[in-house]
Write a protein that binds this ligand. Structure first.
Ligand SMILES: Nc1ncnc2c1ncn2[C@@H]1O[C@H](COP(=O)(O)OP(=O)(O)O)[C@@H](O)[C@H]1O
Ligand SMILES: Cc1ncc(COP(=O)(O)OP(=O)(O)O)c(N)n1
Length: 269
């Protein structure tokens, strides 16, 4: 069985962060492991508190994983502080990690800030150059480029700029656009659109975490980047289309929509 590691924050309501990543990896057929960067007290209406991991402890989590069950891919999500980013970069280099997907998580859809300003610079300096692909949403791509993105042309320009600056592929996600949910992959000086029909579902908590973990899962299984993005896009469209409706705010998706076996299909008692 192929393996994937998520390095991210815990979301107590289970829709985003580590919990979304593990559910996604499992649903995409890989063995999931985690190194937790922070605990968040969070639900579908917002984040009330964040407790960052100790950086030495995060290093120990990474040592424990890499020296035993080596991950075929690594997804990195919420990392709030510079000292945690230093440790992650150093361990990824030490263990020669492969298939690295960096989701530069900055602000939750609920509005909570999930990274400090100085950590954004550290992310750029230390982690981006190690990534095989970065997956910013539109607001994150605006922060990374210092430009406003209001149409498809500007998405291409921003992805090109980020890709050339950090020498890695960039998937600029279009979930925050008004029309369809079209994502733009810029890699090796060329771009490709991944088209997605917008699903009329207000419950989009954790879409970014889910997409990046699905990409990592498919890279772990040996698919190339374009195929991995395509399969991840199909997966997230399925999870949104399942129309799970939980919580008082923007709820989680049904990560298990495609898991069809006797344990999930038994009638409720
Ligand atoms: N309503 C929707 N219908 C279909 N796809 C969506 C919808 N909202 C987001 N997506 C898709 O979910 C993925 C995550 O995108 P986005 O929501 O922009 O990321 P983030 O959660 O980081 O803000 C992208 O593939 C995007 O196109
Ligand atoms: C612990 C944690 N990590 C990341 C996020 C952000 O999730 P994301 O999928 O990027 O977007 P929204 O869930 O905010 O739509 C989070 N909320 N918590």
């Amino acid at each position: 069985m192929k393996t994937a590691l998520t390095i991210a924050g815990s979301d107590s309501c289970g829709g985003a962060g580590i919990q979304a990543d593990i559910k996604t990896m499992m649903a995409n057929g890989v063995y999931a492991m985690s190194a937790i960067t922070a605990l968040t007290a969070q639900n579908t209406t917002g984040v009330t508190s964040i407790l960052n991991a100790d950086s030495k402890f995060l290093g120990e989590e990474l040592d424990a994983v890499f020296t035993d069950i080596y991950p075929d891919a690594v997804k990195i999500g919420m990392v709030s502080e510079s000292d945690l980013i230093h440790v992650i970069a150093s361990k990824l280099r030490q263990y020669n990690a492969k298939n690295i997907v960096v989701d530069p998580v900055m602000v939750a859809t609920s509005g909570a800030k999930l990274i400090s300003d100085d950590a954004i610079d550290t992310l750029k300096q230390e982690l981006f150059s190690l990534a095989d692909v970065l997956t910013p949403n539109i607001p994150e791509a605006e922060v990374l480029t210092g430009r406003t993105i209001s149409n498809a042309e500007e998405m291409i320009d921003a992805a090109k700029m980020i890709s050339e600056t950090y020498n890695c592929a960039v998937l600029c996600k279009g979930g925050h656009t008004i029309n369809d949910a079209n994502d733009l992959l810029y890699a090796n000086n060329t771009y490709r659109w991944f088209y997605g029909k917008r699903i009329q579902n207000p419950n989009t908590h954790g879409t970014g975490c889910t997409l990046s973990s699905a990409i990592a899962s498919n890279l772990a299984k040996g698919f190339d980047l374009e195929t991995s993005v395509c399969r991840a896009k199909d997966y997230i469209s399925g999870a949104l289309s399942a129309m799970l409706d939980l919580g008082k705010g923007s709820g989680p998706m049904d990560h298990g929509f495609a898991i069809d076996n006797i344990y999930t299909k038994e009638a409720d008692i």
